[in-house]
Design a protein around this ligand. Structure first.
Ligand code: ASP
Ligand code: MG
Length: 410
């Protein structure tokens, strides 16, 4: 007997029929003799609708009450699934984040999980219940309802799997696994059999939407085996797990892109200690996340500094930077929203040379100008004009031969 956590995303519970389909899958896993804990998202579109309502109510919804509203979507789906499971003759019990409890900090809208109470769930499992937990929500130390940020149900599932020492955490979604790139852009994108935590972490934070980044951090930290698969087919999914020797054979495992970035350049700033600190201080104070930062070497006592933020934060960031630019005596501040970040990710980069230059050559051949570059041990990212995103993804996918089958063990 195994303890399995299954998480179903919004499209998997998008209609009553689909919830019935989920109930059948859950029942099958239970019938095979396993203990099953289910985590659900809100029905697809529901969280968007709830967020929209808060914005119709007021211009700037305040955090505590915002979370009260947007956390309700998950309550509906867990209740509905339990109704159906019970009618099918199973013992089923829904639990909210508050009831579990899933204790978080008090950062409304993007709270982080501090600990998970396992008693009530374990009690339920012992009594043969299927336990169905609301994703995306928690409760802070003062009893306030919190939410974990968009896509947060993935993190709920992995956190539960870690705390319950589950044998497996299955993430059911509307795609069959993790692909070498977006199949919508590249028809020969291939489903990966497995991917390491580190690669998945890079892929998720660089734009692959299949898992919330936070959930991957969690699974890596607690070594939770995660299987990403479709709730609509029986196809084998993708395993997210510890790196093994095979994984290093592929130089590049995936190509990601992110169109949700904008670029801000501060031109000709005096090259003095403390300039960067002054520039970024107000952004940090406003909770604006800065992604890539590039600073040029100065020739004549001046330097240029360019960085990227998410499009959502662009206007605010631009305003703040224009403010400080006077104080730091910058010549001008220019912004550009029409950019995209295209990245190649692969654990094999650690042991192979020339990967970055192959990327640059490939983009150059297509006449795609690279505006910014950043690298880590296992990824290279380039900022390009947004209109070349799809082209860049396709030519890189081809150049790194990602459409080909997995390299077999010799
Ligand atoms: N329902 C939430 C959202 O749409 C959480 C989730 O689906 O993971 O972001
Ligand atoms: Mg999701």
């Amino acid at each position: 007997m195994a303890l399995i956590v299954q998480k179903y995303g919004g499209t998997s519970v998008g209609t009553i029929d689909r919830i019935r389909n989920v109930a059948r899958r859950v029942a099958r896993t239970k019938n095979e003799g396993n203990q099953v804990v289910v985590v659900l998202s809100a029905m697809s579109g529901e969280t968007d609708r709830l967020i929209e309502l808060t914005h119709q109510a007021v211009d700037f919804p305040e955090g505590r009450e915002y979370d009260v509203v947007v956390s309700t979507g998950e309550l509906i789906s867990i209740g509905l699934l339990c109704l159906i499971l019970k009618e099918m003759g199973y013992r089923a019990m829904s639990l909210t984040g508050f009831q579990v409890p899933i204790v978080t900090d008090s950062v409304f809208g993007s709270a982080r999980i501090k600990r998970v109470g396992t008693e009530r769930i374990m009690e339920g499992l012992k009594k043969d219940f299927i336990v169905v937990v609301a994703g995306f929500q928690g409760v802070d130390e003062d009893g306030n309802i919190t939410t974990l940020g968009r896509g947060g149900s993935d993190t709920t599932a992995v956190a539960l799997a870690a705390s319950l020492r589950a044998d497996l955490c299955e993430i059911y979604t509307d795609v069959e696994g993790v692909y070498t790139t977006d199949p919508g852009i590249c028809p020969d994108a291939r489903k990966l059999k497995k991917i390491s935590y580190d690669e998945m972490l890079e892929m998720a934070s660089l734009g692959a939407k299949v898992l919330q980044t936070r959930s991957v951090e969690f699974s890596k930290k607690y070594n939770v085996p995660v299987l990403v698969r479709s709730s609509f087919t029986d196809a084998e999914g993708t395993f997210v797990c510890k790196e093994d020797r095979d994984m290093e054979k592929a130089v590049v495992s995936g190509i990601t892109y992110n169109k949700d970035e904008a670029k801000i350049s501060v031109v000709r700033v005096p090259d003095r200690p403390g300039i960067a600190a002054k520039l970024f201080r107000p952004l940090t104070a406003e909770g604006i996340n800065v992604d890539m930062i590039v600073q040029n070497i100065s020739h004549d006592g001046y330097t240029d500094l360019t960085f990227t933020v998410s499009k959502r934060d662009y206007k605010k960031a631009l305003g703040l930077v224009k403010e400080v630019s006077k104080e730091i005596e910058a010549k001008e501040v220019v912004g550009d929203q029409n950019i995209a970040k295209v990245s190649i990710v692969g654990a094999g980069m650690r042991s192979h040379a020339g990967v970055a230059s192959r990327m640059f050559e490939t983009l150059a051949r297509e006449g795609i100008n690279i505006q910014m570059i950043s690298t880590s041990e296992i990824k290279v990212s380039c900022v390009v004009d947004e209109k070349y995103t799809e082209l860049a993804v396709r030519v890189l996918h081809e150049a790194f031969e990602l459409g080909k089958e997995d390299v077999e063990e010799e």
